[in-house]
Design a protein around this ligand. Structure first.
Ligand code: PCA
Length: 158
């Protein structure tokens, strides 16, 4: 089992959330809503308007998202889907839990001060202008930025 913090198209209500629910590739349980303890630039970039958390702690805003418990199969699927390690890199991030949700067990809920760690798909490889794009704290593919995410085909993001 592993824990993954999702901040982009994998969140509930977002265009790739169905991939978290596809039991033929593994299982995920929603544990909590959470926010990063540090600031990061979360930008929308590229031809397909893909959200990227740039691994530049201290810049941008604290990023809001969802914490999941996933099995190894789903983690492998997500690594492939997110083109890790070329497009994104899977790194660790420190989070503050906003609200534990039904599927978190007592041990998970005992995290001191609600501070916990999880994997995140962030990137250290990006175009030089990306850090100066607008920063978001709570991604929504249909937000008033107008940068609607263009879904990848079955092969994954392009
Ligand atoms: N998918 C991953 C990284 C960005 C994206 O759209 C996520 O939702 O966290």
């Amino acid at each position: 089992m592993a824990r993954v913090f999702v901040y982009g198209t994998l969140k509930r209500g977002q265009p790739n959330h169905f991939r978290m629910l596809n039991e033929s590739v593994g299982t995920a349980q929603l544990l909590a809503s959470a926010v990063t303890t540090e600031r990061f630039p979360l930008v929308i970039a590229g031809e397909n308007n893909i959200p990227f958390l740039l691994n530049l702690p201290g810049q941008g805003q604290k990023v809001h998202g969802e914490l999941y418990r996933v099995d190894e199969r789903l983690l492998n699927f997500l690594d492939d889907f997110e083109q890790t390690p070329t497009l994104y890199q899977r790194t660790l991030v420190t989070l503050i839990v906003k609200e534990w949700l039904g599927q978190a067990d007592d041990e998970e809920r005992s995290a001191a001060g609600g501070v916990t760690e999880a994997f995140v798909y962030s990137t250290t490889t990006y175009q030089p202008d990306w850090p100066s794009l607008p920063h978001y704290e709570d991604y929504d593919a249909h937000g008033n930025h107008g940068l609607v995410y263009i879904c990848p085909g079955p092969a994954g993001p392009t």
